[in-house]
Design a binder for this molecule. Sequence first.
Ligand SMILES: [Fe+2]
Length: 651
Amino acid sequence: MNNTKIYAYGFPQEYFYTSILEEESIKAEILNKDQILNLKNDNNDTSVFCLYCSAFEDNIIDFLTLFSNTFITNPIVIIGENYSQSYLENLFELHPFTYIKLPADKNTIIKELQKAKEGKCFFIPKPNYKAQFDKAKANLVACHEGSTALTAEKDIEKLLDLILTKTRHLAKADAGSLYLKEGDNHLRFVLTQNISTDWSGKKDILLEIKENSISDYTAKISKPFNLLDVHSISKSFPFTYNISFDKNTGYRTKSMVTMPMFNNNGEVLGVIQLINKRKDYDQRVPGKKLDEDQIIPFDIKDIEFLDDLASQAAIALENAKLYQDIRHMFEGFVKASIVAIEAKDPVTHGHSERVAELTVAMAKTINDINEGPFANIHFTDKDLLQIRYASLLHDFGKVSVNEEVLTKSKKLFPFELENLKSRYKFIRKSIENDYYKDCLDYINTNGIEKYNEAKAGLEEAFQKKLKEIDETIEILIKSNEPTVLEESCSDRIEKLSHSVYKDKEGQETPYLTERESTALSIKRGSLSESERLEIESHVKHSYEFIVRIPWTKDLSRVPEIAYAHHEKLNGRGYPNHKVAENIPIESQIMGITDIFDALTAQDRPYKPALPLQKALNILNMDADNNALNKDLVNLFESKEVYKCLDEKPIE
Ligand SMILES: [Fe+2]
């Protein structure tokens, strides 16, 4: 041990210390920070390190890295007042070391340094290679599992929670916070977790990056920090810790690590801050106050693993953001598609969004049920998204349907009704003209006296004709309504289509054109057979449009689900007349929500909105006729799924 060198670091220039370090039996080499860090190139495996406590008030990461990589078994003597031997054992678990708590006299310090030279430190590690190997292996496994889990999560909110949970778990930290960088000058405080209190939860506080907080400074200089005790942060740092927080809450914040999250380009995406490494982490009881004597410093291995995991987290975060951006872009495209449908068919404004809300709400309701016909059906978040897109786009094919047919509220198109009315106005005028002409002819032929005698009869016949024509137009207007056609009206339409009047040119013309009589003869609703088929073709058009979108694997069934939204369990639906077992459950749900919204929507011109109970009665009738799934209708009614629209008004 005669060649043993003593290196001293961090001591104040005071006589008390210089006289010790210059003592003949000690003769320490006093180094500054750069010199001590450069020692790795001049490895002396018999050297002893004598450190003053200020060395630990600094960012000790470089320092610890040096000891853990180079001077693995060299003894250390630490002189200070803020810590204890046991608190520091976690930092120097492989080094023999002695902690001399100040105040201490000169002789004590010299004695302990001499003892250290002879290898007699207060703490002598008892290497348990198996335990060390097991610990390293466990950390590696945890790190690998953590990184796998992070890569798999695409939901940003869940990912942030996972990042903090995994890193906290790996470093056995009692608490932690997560910050995301926004632009060059801001950090957003997004999340906090704390085992021993109930403070965990989402946050949303935008903070301008200054240098006076630890997380800000970490983001600013892009370096991790390991602080042994935030209550005694070195004056050499620009940041401080607000101790009043601990005073007010009774929570003791002590050891702390802040780790920047770097992406592949070396840019900082955020900062992970871990607080209070726990000696008793494996026995932790959530909500139970943390004893200060259970807090230990974060060690160099924590930093190494955290560094790895933080980089994985940053990449996962960037991927998730990219995924979210693509999703937002796609949502924008879907919304634009809905705008296109609604521009063509404004009366169904909000229909697609409402059907999406209702269908997803139904699927979530099924997820909550553990018995009965839906016990084994579960929709994942990806399934729910698939249902949402299928619902939003289910009617997109309406853009291919003739606009007049789509918005047709009466049997005749408005311009057809106007034609009909002007024709009957002309016919009425013709009757008047004919009457006055007949009167004049009568006077010319029979003289005024005879005319006066016949006048009442002529007048009566004239009024009868007028009444008849007024009744006819009334019946035609009534028949034009989409309600059930009365038989008397049907007979009158039939007769009129075979009767003629003389037009302006004196040509014999039917009272009703063939097209008018066919339209007005529709027994129920406003659509002729060909128009009904045209409207029904929207399902096929929707499918042809949706199937062209290169859906990801998770969303690959969107076209299939949308395609079957008008199929009925009894095979009487369209376009493929599928029966129950061939109709996806998602389409069966959408079949119900689609009808419900069509019945209750306030803005359909061809029928008034139905009260809730009437709409539910119609759904039940359809279920009794095996058109809709009875269990689903019961669920829709009993769980009042329709109320989701009240909770979240559709724009
Ligand atoms: Fe539809």
